[in-house]
Design a protein around this ligand. Structure first.
Ligand code: COA
Length: 164
């Protein structure tokens, strides 16, 4: 159904993939989307990688694959962090983020990573449910971290999944 893969190495394909991920970001994280330039600069760092979810049912050709989700992550020695994760709204609730995280766990364990961290807004019920299903637990709460004009600030939760 969905294939989870690392970034392509072909430069043109790479540019298209990053642009598509930026387009999905703009929809799923409208207040704080990372654009193509930001994503490209981040991916120039060796420690930062992107996993892509493709819809296999819509594979027309190698250069025209439907991107439906992504996860940007960083690995620093024995610790990794999810920097961004998102699923195209048309494809949400079909198990894509779960599949992406399972692939990520597999890759991190192969690289002897001991724990995976992430930060999530305390009001992001969908993401928190996803992480709890993946055995992440809350290890810290940053009180009032997300400032929203004319509204109470929202806490940030730091969640961790351990492999050892
Ligand atoms: C969070 C997000 C990545 C989940 O992607 P997804 O591909 O739809 O997730 P999945 O289909 O793999 O869902 C797996 C589980 O997560 C939980 N979940 C996902 N979306 C949910 C929702 N809208 N409400 C409640 N639980 C939800 C459920 O436990 C679900 O399992 P179930 O469908 O068997 O009940 C997606 O909603 C998204 O892109 N959100 C906007 C970006 C974002 O918030 N990213 C995280 C920032 S920390």
């Amino acid at each position: 159904m969905f294939a989870i893969e690392a970034l392509p190495t072909n430069a043109i394909e790479l540019e298209n993939v990053i642009q598509t991920v930026a387009n999905i970001e703009a929809v799923v994280q409208p207040d704080d989307a990372w654009n193509q330039k930001t994503l490209t600069e981040l991916l120039e760092q060796d420690s930062i990688c992107l996993l892509i979810a493709y819809d296999q049912a819509k594979e027309e050709s190698v250069s025209h694959r439907e991107i439906v989700g992504y996860c940007l992550y960083q690995t620093t020695f024995e610790q990794a962090e999810v920097l961004r994760i998102g699923t195209d709204p048309k494809y949400q609730r079909q198990g894509i983020a779960l599949q992406v995280l399972n692939k990520l766990h597999e890759l991190l364990q192969l690289n002897q990573v001991e724990s995976l961290l992430l930060e999530v807004r305390a009001d992001n019920a969908a993401a928190i449910a996803l992480y709890e299903q993946q055995a992440f637990s809350i290890i810290h709460r940053r009180k009032g971290y997300y400032k929203v004009p004319h509204e109470p600030a929202i806490d940030a939760l730091i969640m961790q999944h351990t492999y050892i």
